[in-house]
Each structure stands twice: as structure tokens, then as C-alpha cells.
Design a protein around this ligand. Structure first.
Ligand code: HGY
Ligand code: MN
Ligand code: MN
Length: 412
């Protein structure tokens, strides 16, 4: 069996671990996640790695090198709801394949493969759970303040899954012990396919901010309440959501999405008293991110005052835009050229574990083309042949890093 076949087989198997048959739904701290983790553990062991699951639910495979300093390669194993079979998990599978190919090679750096947990943030509206845990950005109070739609906190979901939230503190990375982090990921957009290239080298990743916005009005009879006497939370939310689209269009390259919306009492003949909706805004430019946020919040305040409504905003996620490591990008480009593959450099409109990690660790991302640019849907697809090319490029890059001049100085 070759690399392409093994990637195909692992992805075909992993997509079974899903709550839904229409696309993949594998949310954190669920049965599906547990099945995926045990399969990943088995594949990591077959690749000759020492395997463990950490307090965040991330699964690790380690190959000790001459030095305890490590090179980490990985991506996330969770998915969105009714998502695709490649987002995140394809990067984990490629990382395992890299370890398998290098099974009998002793490298200078220790190689660590990681399947990150809850990068998407779909269940609790947050995001980058494991990667933020490695950076020491969670505390017990935060874990207890974020809830899913069944009112289960991250803290309780972790405990129900057999984890000990208090042990998150023990998995915080010693940054000096890490040489770099690399992530292979499907592009999730149309650029690479349109350019007709094999791979994409990521320059920068957009900054992201996520909020939960609740608007409170008053429930009234839909038939007897005159239009000028209503405090209709739904009409207000509709006006704000339309303004959100307009605000995003002002800042070229920025985007804003309202992906979920809950109305109550949610009945056909009652004026809505409460609307809760999500807001996800992104830009490669941090100033635009801030300007968009202010633009939207000021408009929300105006609508609330005009219509005698109240509102609450909870910030769920805030990550600045990031540039990938120059030297690693050069290594990737050199490996691609020597292998005779084609590539372009591009920014990522999608968030990745590489985004928070790159703030503290030299980080690089390698993209693989997405068919029709589609992602976060059952139609998501990337060719295993291109994933195999990414594996080869990262292996060659790993070897370059392991033969860097300062290592030779260290060894001499
Ligand atoms: O939302 C994103 O961009 C990523 O899929 N987590
Ligand atoms: Mn992803
Ligand atoms: Mn995603």
C-alpha cells in the first residue's frame, strides 16, 4: 500500500466517526470524537510513535530525536456540523503518514504529531481549544463560562468525557523546547484550483473575532398588538444582521458571518421577545477588524435605543492576524521546487490552530487544493495525490530543518 492509498484509507475510515450521515459532524468531547481518537492512536502506534491523549483531548504521537527540542506537525480532528471529510483531519492523517515514512530515521529534533481538539469552536462558539491550552490561555472560570446548546459547559463536557480540566495547566508548552510547528490543511477556498497548482504556501492568516449577541424585546400577541406598540427583537436583529453585511463590505478583504440564530418563544403568533445570534468577523488587517466591530456595535446600540430594547454581547473568541515564519516558508518553497511541484503563496481566510500558535512558535502552513473551493459542507474534497505531495514536501522540509547549520554547530 503506498502513501496515497494509506491517506485514502484513513480518511474513508475517519469520516465514519460522525453523528450525521449528511456530511461529517464530529464535535469535541463526544462519542464520535472518542472513536476518532482511538483510531488515530492506533495509526500513530502503527507509525512507530509513543502515543497519549492530553488533558485537552488532543492526541499526540512522539518520535524521540537526538535533541528533546521538538518539531510539531498536526491539525485538528474535530469538524463543523454536516461538514466535510478533509477539514483538519486530512492534516492529521498527513502528519501520521510523515511519521510512518520516517519510522526508521533518527532525526536531530524530536518529532511530535498532534491531532488537536475543538479547533472549530462549533459546539461552544469558541475555537482553538487545544492550541490555546498549549499556550496557557484557558482557566477554570473560562471553561465554566462557555456553554453548548444543551447548556453544558466546556468544563462539564470535559469531565463527562473522562478528562480532568484542572490538568490543563500541565500541558502548557515550554516554548523554548519547540523548534517549529507545521500544519498541512485543505485550502477551503478556490484560489489553488483556479491557479491550477499542486500546493499553496500560506503567507498570513486572518484575525478572527466571535461574539454571541442577545437582543431582548417583549413577547406580545401577533394579532392584537399594533405595529407601533411592539418591542420586536426579531426585526431589530434583522436590521443589525443586514448592517453587518454592509459593514463588512466597507473593508476590502474582510468578512462577517451570522451563522446561527435562536428565536424565542419561537411561535408563529407571538412577537419575538429574545433573539440570540452568533457573529464571526475576520480580516488580515487588525485595524479593519476593530473598525468593523465598532461599526456594528454602534449600530446595535442605535437600534436598541430607537426601539426600546436591551441587548447583551459576549466575546467568544479574539485572535489577531498572523504572518507565517519566513524561513520555514522559504524551506517549503525550496522543497516544492526540488520536487517539481507547482505552488502559489496566499493568505488564509480560514482560521487554523497555526493562527494562535504562530504568535509564540515559528509556524508554517501548506495548503492542498479544495475541489470547487468548497468546505464546511459534505461536498468538501481534496485529491489524496495532492495530500501525498504535501507529505513529501514537509518531509523534505523537516530534513532541511534537521540539517540546519546551528544544529551542526550544536553537534560539533
Ligand atoms: O472557522 C474557520 O475558519 C476554521 O474552519 N476553524
Ligand atoms: Mn480546519
Ligand atoms: Mn473548519
Amino acid at each position: 500500500m503506498n502513501t496515497v492509498d494509506r491517506i485514502k484509507e484513513m480518511l474513508e475510515t475517519l469520516k465514519i466517526f460522525s453523528e450525521t450521515s449528511n456530511g461529517v459532524t464530529r464535535l469535541p468531547f463526544t462519542k464520535e470524537a472518542e472513536l476518532a481518537v482511538s483510531y488515530l492512536k492506533q495509526k500513530m502506534e502503527e507509525a512507530g510513535l509513543e502515543v497519549f491523549v492530553d488533558a485537552s483531548g488532543a492526541v499526540h504521537g512522539i518520535r524521540r530525536g537526538i535533541s528533546p527540542r521538538k518539531i510539531i506537525i498536526g491539525s485538528h480532528y474535530d469538524s463543523v456540523k454536516n461538514g466535510g471529510a478533509y477539514d483538519g483531519i486530512a492534516g492529521v492523517v498527513c502528519a501520521i503518514e510523515i511519521a510512518r515514512i520516517l519510522k526508521y530515521e533518527t532525526l536531530f529534533y524530536t518529532l511530535e504529531i498532534i491531532g488537536f481538539n475543538d479547533e472549530e469552536g462549533v459546539r461552544f462558539g469558541t475555537g482553538f481549544f487545544s492550541s490555546k491550552a498549549f499556550l496557557g490561555e484557558w482557566d477554570i472560570e473560562k471553561l465554566k463560562s462557555q456553554y453548548d446548546d444543551k447548556n453544558i459547559s466546556i468544563y462539564d463536557a470535559m469531565k463527562n468525557w473522562g478528562l480532568v480540566p484542572e490538568q490543563l495547566i500541565n500541558i502548557v508548552w515550554q516554548i523554548s523546547k519547540i523548534r517549529c510547528f507545521m500544519e498541512i490543511h485543505v485550502e477551503q477556498g478556490p484560489v489553488l484550483e483556479k491557479e491550477g497548482v499542486d500546493l499553496g504556501i500560506v503567507n498570513g492568516i486572518v484575525g478572527m473575532r466571535r461574539y454571541s449577541i442577545k437582543i431582548f424585546g417583549r413577547a406580545d400577541h401577533a394579532g392584537t398588538t399594533p405595529m407601533n406598540m411592539r418591542r420586536d427583537a426579531m426585526v431589530a436583529a434583522a436590521k443589525v444582521i443586514e448592517h453587518i453585511e454592509m459593514a463588512a463590505q466597507k473593508y476590502l478583504g474582510s468578512v462577517a458571518t451570522v451563522g446561527s440564530c435562536i428565536v424565542s418563544p419561537d411561535t408563529v403568533n407571538t412577537v419575538p421577545e429574545r433573539v440570540e445570534f452568533s457573529l464571526d468577523i475576520r480580516s488580515i488587517n487588525d485595524d479593519d477588524l476593530y473598525a468593523m466591530e465598532q461599526d456594528i456595535l454602534i449600530y446595535l446600540e442605535c437600534v436598541a435605543q430607537e426601539r426600546n430594547l436591551t441587548y447583551e454581547i459576549q466575546t467568544k473568541l479574539e485572535v489577531e492576524p498572523a504572518q507565517m515564519d519566513k524561513r520555514l516558508r522559504a524551506y517549503l518553497r525550496d522543497s516544492i521546487l526540488r520536487l517539481g511541484y507547482s505552488s502559489v503563496s496566499l493568505n488564509s481566510g480560514a482560521g487554523h490552530d497555526a493562527l494562535p500558535i504562530s504568535r509564540k512558535v515559528p509556524t508554517a502552513m501548506l495548503f492542498v487544493p479544495s475541489k470547487n473551493g468548497r468546505s464546511h459542507c459534505p461536498e468538501e474534497y481534496s485529491k489524496p495525490e495532492n495530500l501525498a505531495k504535501a507529505v513529501q514536501v514537509v518531509i523534505n522540509t523537516l530534513k532541511k530543518i534537521n540539517n540546519e547549520e546551528d544544529i551542526n554547530n550544536e553537534l560539533s
